[in-house]
Design a protein around this ligand. Structure first.
Ligand code: UDP
Length: 324
């Protein structure tokens, strides 16, 4: 197939491109390099089936010829990372909402299947420790809290995608990621794992926000790519939303324990520093999610997806990547 990946020079997109090429597909990457990086795809450049084009998803004219060719589209181009979204609120909303509208309009011309990258953050905060299911109610803080721009923009993307499916029979599949981690993920936009690893390797304080009791369930990038590939071809996936995450038994952890684990694995002397939210973020811009763990029943029943990489294995891979 000819596969277009918007945001293909980013962390997830570059790993997806690599696997699609390995599987014999022709890959077209389109990326504005805002948080993506040409270094992420540099090693693919000699492959005649790899094509790179720099541009914004807001530039319909630049995208159009790629949609004329593509058999399948992974729409990963988006403003990502809590810090990035808080620092660029307007651009985040525009890229995530208008960008997805343009992608859907263009895909609709030939009814090309589109996988839209969404987020577990769509559901927002949880009352109690209950695994996130695709049809949960949403619970967000007020619109004045910039952090929720991301969740809100992705909820609009999901609704746009579902409307295209229902009204126009465009085959749209929605994927909600849960804290995907791996080599090439940048520490510059807020993501906790690359930040902690960089801090530990440099001997800087490891900055745990609040009391560190908040929990996440991390997903290895190779597991995430397995899920994306399976959903890319599953005949029953269009019109559906899927959680894509790691195994709660091996990958659920509090942020405080994560800091300790990374300190041990890197044999770092870094102190663990507890930072109040008010110190880490501009006043009123941030609220945390205390708990975020996926229920994977749906993706498993459709595709047989089962994550297989433990948090320890992924952390070791990332540490090696940063060390080298
Ligand atoms: N976090 C932290 N220190 C950091 C960056 C993040 O303690 O330097 C915390 C953050 O408050 C959140 C968790 O780590 O509870 C995951 O944050 P991230 O931004 O990676 O992902 P998300 O909040 O979107 O799950």
């Amino acid at each position: 197939m000819k596969v277009l990946i918007t945001g293909g020079a980013g962390f997830i997109g570059s790993h997806l491109a690599e696997r699609l090429l390995k599987d014999g597909h022709e890959v077209f990457v389109f990326d504005d390099l805002s948080t993506g990086d040409l270094d992420n795809v540099h090693h693919l450049e000699g492959n005649p089936k790899f094509h790179m084009k720099v541009g914004s998803v807001l530039d319909r004219d630049a995208l159009e010829p790629l949609f004329a060719e593509a058999d399948l589209v992974y729409h990963l181009a988006a403003a990502v990372g809590v810090n990035y979204v808080i620092e660029n609120p307007l651009q985040s909303l525009t890229t995530n909402i208008r960008g997805t509208e343009i992608v859907l309009e263009l895909a609709n011309r030939k009814k090309t299947r589109v996988l839209i990258a969404s987020t577990s953050e769509v559901a927002g905060k949880k009352n109690g420790k209950v695994m996130f299911s695709e049809d949960d109610d949403r619970l967000l803080g007020p619109t004045t809290v910039t952090r929720w721009n991301y969740s809100t923009s992705k909820a609009v993307d999901e609704m746009l995608g579902l409307a295209y499916w229902r009204e126009k029979k465009l085959p749209v599949v929605i994927v909600r990621f849960f804290n995907v981690i791996g080599p090439r993920q940048s520490p510059n936009y807020g993501m906790v794992v690359p930040r902690f690893i960089k801090q530990a390797l440099l001997g800087h304080p490891i900055t745990v926000y609040n009391d560190g009791e908040q929990k996440r369930c991390f997903t290895d990038i190779e597991d995430a790519v397995d899920g994306l590939l399976a959903l890319g071809e599953h005949p029953e996936a269009p019109g559906e939303i899927f959680n894509l995450g790691g195994d709660a038994d091996t990958n659920e952890i509090s942020i405080k324990s994560l800091a300790g684990k990374i300190k041990n694995l890197t044999e770092s002397d870094s102190p663990v520093e507890y930072v109040p939210y008010e110190k880490a973020f501009a006043k009123g811009s941030y609220e945390d999610l205390n708990y975020r763990v996926p229920d994977l029943t749906k993706i498993n029943s459709f595709t047989g997806y089962e994550p297989s990489v433990s948090l320890d294995m992924t952390l070791r891979k990332i540490i090696e990547y940063y060390e080298s």
